[in-house]
Design a protein around this ligand. Structure first.
Ligand code: ADP
Length: 232
């Protein structure tokens, strides 16, 4: 089976739930031809397919808790094995979320002889914007699509009510986008965030802050400037 090989640019997106990690990753895929891995999407695919792993994850996700490091790392390792060995940059959206996951990722790279050039992008926006976005978030119910829309932001509204612009599937609310779970996810995010940032600092790994309050096109523009893909 093909594996990623040699020098590889790996973009790691850190940000609160609802900060637009998935939407930005999608633009990078579409416009720059990059590859994206969202561990949240992978978890939801397992749940939708009713796999054994999916059954273990369902409750944790609905209540806003993290999935165990071992399960997540196993999924990421399996995903890496399915990737072509080309030089396309890869985005990790929502992984690593804990320091043990960073160590596990380093080990996955070593085992697969990948010399990773890490770019860590920290998406920054106020909690009240996060909460408002999550409470009004709609997603495409097709698990292979999962495009994000908003019930209140006209720039992110679907063309047809409750219908995906891309694949025409019905739009749904995510099972973890309810009030209690949103609060829990924010708590979990802040609990782990500082540990991640401190760890990167300890190993001398730069982290770039990306203002994430604007529309996804603006964020995409700032992202390209900040990581040096184009001139400001
Ligand atoms: P969000 O960032 O909006 O909360 P995601 O789709 O990235 O959404 O993740 C949804 C859920 O999937 C998380 O709340 C968590 O339960 C699980 N999950 C995703 N990535 C990880 C990870 N790296 N470690 C542990 N759990 C994860």
């Amino acid at each position: 089976m093909a594996v990623l090989e040699n020098q590889k640019s790996i973009y790691i997106f850190i940000g609160p739930p609802g900060s637009g990690k998935g939407s930005l990753s999608r633009l990078c895929e579409q416009r720059l031809g990059w590859v994206q891995l969202s561990t949240g999407d992978l978890c939801r695919q397992h749940i939708a397919q009713g796999t054994e792993i999916g059954k273990q994850m369902d409750f944790a996700i609905k209540s806003g808790k993290l999935i165990s490091d071992s399960l997540i790392v196993e999924m990421v390792g399996n995903w890496l094995l399915t990737q072509e060995s080309d030089d396309k940059p890869v985005i990790f959206d929502g992984f690593p979320r804990t320091v043990p996951q960073i160590h596990a990722l380093q080990k996955l790279f070593e085992d697969r002889h990948i010399a990773a050039r890490l770019v860590i992008v920290h998406m920054v926006l106020p909690d009240e914007v996060v909460e408002m976005r999550l409470k009004s978030r709609l997603i495409c119910g097709n698990k292979d699509c999962q495009i994000v829309y908003s019930a209140i932001d006209s720039k992110l509204a679907p063309r047809q009510e409750m219908q995906c612009d891309e694949c025409s599937s019905e739009l749904i609310r995510r099972s973890d986008d309810h009030e209690n779970s949103i609060k829990e996810r924010l708590l979990v995010y802040y609990k782990h965030k500082q540990g991640l940032l401190d760890f990167y600092q300890t190993i001398g790994q730069a982290v770039v802050d990306l203002p994430a309050q604007g529309h996804v096109e603006e964020v995409f523009n700032s992202f390209q400037n900040i990581v040096g893909l184009k001139r400001a």
